[in-house]
Design a protein around this ligand. Sequence first.
Ligand code: MG
Length: 262
Amino acid sequence: MKYRMLFCALICVPVLSLAQEQQKDMPPGYQKQPAPMTPQMTEVWEPEVSVITPGDQPGMPPSDAIVLFDGTDVNKEWVDSRGNPTKWIVKDGSLVCVKGSGVVQTKRTFNDFQLHIEWKTPSEVSGDGQGRGNSGVYLQGLYEIQVLDSYNNRTYRQGQAGSLYKQYAPMVNVCRKPGEWQSYDVIYTAPRFGNDSTVYFTPPRVTVIQNGVLIQNNVSLRGPTLYIGIPEYSVKKHGPGPVVLQDHGNPVAFRNIWIREL
Ligand code: MG
């Protein structure tokens, strides 16, 4: 017993006084134990989330979208590659590629965005492989999502409709028949460049939903689209770019094109 009391005197008393000393150094209001969490402690109210109005129907532009083509005037938002009026024609509310007229591209340029675009390959089937209903949607003018009649039309897998051309095949082939309207909903994150402006800091990333089905899930591109050669991760730094539609010699039609900058 005597020894136990002596032990307390030697050990416990200095420890207690040290704890009291430490408590003195704490700021006012310091509590050794955190207060119990309440539901309100993890609720964030400000700033309030922006209110927008959704489209009347699925696929129609919400109130904060930039409408790039509504079936009427193509010249409002689009030009050819030289900045001149395009030779593509507007027919029955759709924008139709005219062979040999070159690409059409938006006057505006974009970084990160959500894009909705509808397309239709000719109902009268001609050609095969890459020669049947070929066009494309170029993101920032550099990265092609393939547009192709891939209904009963084999070609290389990363060259069929919904592919990130020559880089990623679509997860499934969900193409409708030729002559039927199809949709792409695209979520695009532009590349970022570090101090070395010839290499991606983070490469571009793309998600594509075709006809309501996920076909590209946040894939990371290896470089700008190439027809011949290996895409280069090393790429000259670029800023915002246009949405570009490809002229591949087939009368592919487009409609209901809108974009939301993110
Ligand atoms: Mg193409």
